[in-house]
Design a protein around this ligand. Structure first.
Ligand SMILES: Cc1cc2nc3c(=O)[nH]c(=O)nc-3n(C[C@H](O)[C@H](O)[C@H](O)COP(=O)(O)OP(=O)(O)OC[C@H]3O[C@@H](n4cnc5c(N)ncnc54)[C@H](O)[C@@H]3O)c2cc1C
Length: 366
């Protein structure tokens, strides 16, 4: 059996790895580079039970366990480490800032820690680009193939229903099964098959290089300034980089993943917020000002499963804010599904058939 995976983000890489572990032939087609989009620019934060009470719970728990297991199975260092997590707020006026010493010594006065919300048993982090690359490299070492190119359509057998491969830059790569894992660009696949809409939600982030100055504590803080209240998330990683994200906005998704850029006003506002959090966040310590698009569906749950009315075509996308967390269990489940086995995690809440397909005429401009 031969499978072509469209997209070399974290979902494509994990799917390739678990398919290869079963001895299934895999080709990944990536138009830009591995982890070029959100999978290279995310925070990388992982939580075992923050999806409790939602349809994502079993997927998240299985994935959290796989994240802890993969460093034993795969070569490479992607800075996996268990960590604590806290929530709190940033005092909004100068007086309050002076009189509210922070509970964490590396933070400025006025950054008030309210509660510990994760422990080293329940929360962890990876460097998402390094994780995605390591998993892809493990798949390649086991015989998977990585092809540079842009998927432009599905090639079908003469009967018109079953896929026989994908069209890539004018050629056809033959396959018995095709997996759409193009993150928010999976939207384009709704031109080729009956697929619900996948939207892109942009977030800017700043990455600082602070070495070991920042302890392994993730922070989820409410911050208020003249422009309003926002949530800001701080993720110190084991390689010394600290990723800070806030301020999602709605922006058109560029057709080319390499053309994704942040809004300069949002980055400037985020930088000011960072400087209020700690004197460690100095401009000369910034190593990236960036943005990426999370893939989001109409009901907020991912699409994982067979594409309706397209025999041999599968989709795995729409993981929203938990794509790095949920990638390993998604890849494992996709490999089980394609091989015809029972899936360890029940995929029925993520069945693409639960949502109405996008009207392809809405995409004609593309
Ligand atoms: C700022 C930010 C912070 C985040 N933080 C976290 C976090 O802390 N924890 C967490 O679990 N999740 C987090 N996420 C979410 C996570 O990053 C995403 O859910 C996940 O990376 C999506 O992975 P993907 O493989 O589906 O898509 P992507 O990473 O978007 O990958 C899709 C790939 O497909 C390729 N592609 C597109 N079109 C084509 C084509 N026509 N042909 C071939 N290839 C194509 C692209 O080049 C890209 O490499 C965050 C997201 C953002 C934006």
């Amino acid at each position: 059996m031969r499978v072509v995976i469209c997209g070399g983000g974290v979902i494509g890489a994990c799917t390739a790895y678990f398919l290869r572990r079963r001895g299934i032939d895999v080709t990944v087609v990536e138009r830009t580079e591995v982890a070029a989009a959100a999978s290279g620019k995310a925070g990388g934060f992982l939580a075992r039970d923050w999806c409790a009470g939602t349809p994502l719970d079993a997927l998240a728990r299985r994935s959290f366990a796989l994240h802890a297991q993969l460093p034993e199975e795969i070569a490479g260092d992607w800075s996996y480490r268990p960590m604590s997590a806290y929530n709190g707020f940033v005092a909004s006026d100068d007086d309050a800032r002076r009189t509210a010493p922070s509970a964490l010594p590396w933070l400025s006065d006025g950054v008030v820690i309210a509660r510990r919300i994760g422990t080293v048993e329940t929360t962890a982090i990876v460097h998402p680009r390094k994780f995605t690359s390591a998993v892809m490299n493990a798949a390649l070492a086991q015989g998977a193939e990585l092809r540079a190119g842009r998927v432009t359509g599905i090639a079908r057998r003469a009967d018109g229903t079953r896929a026989r491969g994908v069209e890539v830059d004018g050629d056809v790569i033959e396959a018995d099964a095709v997996v759409i894992a193009m993150g928010p660009w999976s939207l384009l696949a709704a031109q080729w098959m009956s697929l619900p809409a996948v939207y892109g939600q942009r977030s800017p982030s700043i990455v600082y290089d602070l070495g070991a100055d920042v302890p392994a504590d993730a922070l989820f803080l409410e911050h208020e300034d003249d422009a309003g209240a926002v949530s800001i998330e701080v993720f110190p990683r084991a390689d010394g980089s600290t990723h800070i994200v806030a301020l999602s906005d709605i922006a058109p998704l560029p057709l080319d993943p390499a053309a994704v850029t942040p809004n300069t006003d949002a980055i400037a506002r985020l930088q000011i917020m960072c400087e209020r959090l700690s004197p460690l966040f100095r401009p000369e310590k910034i190593i990236a000002r960036q943005a990426c698009f999370r893939p989001v569906t109409e009901d907020g749950l991912p699409l994982i499963g067979k594409v309706p009315q397209s025999e041999g075509v599968y989709v795995a996308t729409g993981h929203n804010v938990w794509g790095i967390l949920n990638a390993p269990a998604t890849g494992e489940a996709m490999a089980q599904l394609i091989a015809g086995d029972a899936t360890r995690v029940d995929l029925s809440p993520f069945d693409p058939a639960r949502l109405r397909p996008l009207d392809p005429s809405l995409l004609q401009a593309h």
